[in-house]
Design a protein. Structure first.
Length: 457
């Protein structure tokens, strides 16, 4: 019987943050602080911190499943103690407003409370990578990805702006691609800074990240147009991987982001004009709403790149002629073996190597789409990664139900493939390609990873 992995508790005292308290401890072994927040949450690790608070990954001990959640701790400056009650009042008002933001691409507010002169927000934990992490891992974005980003996030911005809420801090680090659904999620609304600025009567307090901040935010004013500006800056940073500070020419008072595009990373005139208008210094010259940006975007030619299936060489040099020929001949088992081989080639691993989560993150989206389109074309839409993705999402990303739907055994045995999979035309929809290539102890996560990669392209 496997032993339960040892879980350590993190101390919530910002002056301590001792991380080696055993799971059974009730108080911090180093400073004596109570390890349970609000009598129900214990902290696992630090996620991020800034001048106005700290964010933790935590566990809710009150629920049987002990789900993970995100806890944001806001410590009110001691020298402004007389304004503390005003801050608490504002905090409650902001919590009520955040609770109104019931949207699938915004983390749910699970609770808020006060403890030891600190204020706390409890939010839904979103598994996945931020766009900042995707950029670091996969390199610059291309027009199809930017088009999808805008199509996904602009409706979210319109939703919050309609409720008179401004995000104030849009940047790649505050956009997560949900690994279980592939959807972009907007996180980290600038609540704590807003409370501090208002409670302390600091009307000039800037809220946001300087690199992505609209000009009016540097003067302490935030408008819906400020979020649109920050979204535009986010896009040009993802296209270039250059600091936004370096993409603006102070001498000529203009953005020069086009000068930093890599060779081959072509941006259409229509999208470039949309980005330029998002980035205009004058508010009156920007789009009036997120809906207006969407309208302009939808007037552009489609930006989602579709790799023609007769283009059988990818940019990394993988030859897909053999896979095409096997699929055209309905040689499903041989095609399945060839699929494993070309996936290995695409990430420069020896053919036959098992692919782990880190390997899937390196798999070029173009290669994944070529494989998917070939399977889809020659199976008349019956097989392919995109078919599996649709089935997985249709069962609410429940892997047990997914396996039942596509006719897979729940356990990924590395026994001969024909013991686990059916290689004939009567196989269930989504049965192929198989997962024979999936390695590691968490092989069931491969469908999440593949779905996320398909969502990027």
């Amino acid at each position: 019987m496997l032993e339960k992995p040892l879980v350590m508790k993190l101390c919530p005292n910002t002056g301590c943050l001792y991380s080696h308290n055993p799971d059974t401890a009730q108080i911090c072994l180093k400073c004596g602080e109570n390890l349970l927040l609000n009598h129900r949450y214990h902290l696992l690790r630090l996620i991020g911190h800034g001048g106005f608070g700290i964010t933790f990954l935590a566990v809710d001990e009150h629920l049987p499943s002990q789900p993970r959640c995100v806890i944001k701790q806001f410590s009110f400056p001691a020298q402004y103690g007389r304004s503390y009650h005003q801050a608490v009042k504002l905090f409650r008002q902001e919590a009520v407003r955040l609770d109104e933001l019931q949207h699938p691409q915004i983390p749910k507010l699970l609770g808020y409370f006060e403890q030891e002169n600190r204020l706390y927000l409890v939010e839904e934990w979103i598994p996945g990578q931020t766009l900042k992490e995707e950029l670091q891992q996969n390199g610059v974005f291309h027009e199809p990805q930017i088009g999808r980003l805008l199509q996904e996030l602009l409706p979210v911005l319109q939703f919050i702006h309609d409720k008179q809420i401004i995000h104030r801090d849009i940047k790649p680090a505050n956009i997560i691609r949900n690994s279980s659904q592939g959807k972009l999620v907007l996180i980290d609304f600038g609540v704590a800074k807003h409370i501090t600025a208002t409670a302390l009567l600091q009307t000039g307090t800037t809220i946001g990240s300087p690199e992505y901040m609209a000009p009016e935010q540097t003067r302490g004013k935030s408008l819906p147009a400020s979020d649109l500006y920050s979204l535009g800056v986010t896009c040009i940073h993802l296209l270039t991987d250059i600091s936004p500070f370096d993409l603006f020419d102070v001498a000529s008072d203009r953005w020069v982001w086009r000068d930093y595009l890599l060779p081959g990373n072509t941006i259409s005139k229509q999208l470039a004009e949309i980005l330029d208008k998002l980035l205009h210094n004058a508010i009156a010259q920007r789009y009036k709403s997120a809906a207006e940006v969407l309208q302009a975007l939808n007037c552009c030619p489609p930006t989602v790149k579709q790799q023609p299936v007769n283009t059988l060489y990818s940019e990394v040099g993988v030859d897909y002629h053999q896979l095409r020929d096997l699929l055209a001949a309905k040689q499903w088992q041989l095609a399945d073996q060839e699929t494993w081989a070309v996936m290995c080639q695409a990430i420069s691993k020896p053919v036959g190597s098992y692919l782990f989560m880190g390997d899937l993150a390196k798999l070029p989206c173009e290669d994944l789409q070529i494989i998917d389109q070939l399977w889809s074309k020659y199976s008349q839409g019956r097989f392919g990664f995109s078919v599996q993705k649709q089935i997985y999402e249709s069962v609410d990303c429940d892997y047990v139900r997914f396996c039942a739907a596509v006719g897979w055994k729940l356990h990924n045995s590395h026994s001969p493939p024909n013991w686990q999979f059916s290689f004939n035309g009567a196989s269930p929809q989504g049965h192929l390609p198989s997962r024979v290539w999936a390695g590691g102890t968490q092989w069931w996560r491969h469908i999440n990873a593949v779905s996320a990669r398909l969502a990027i392209y």
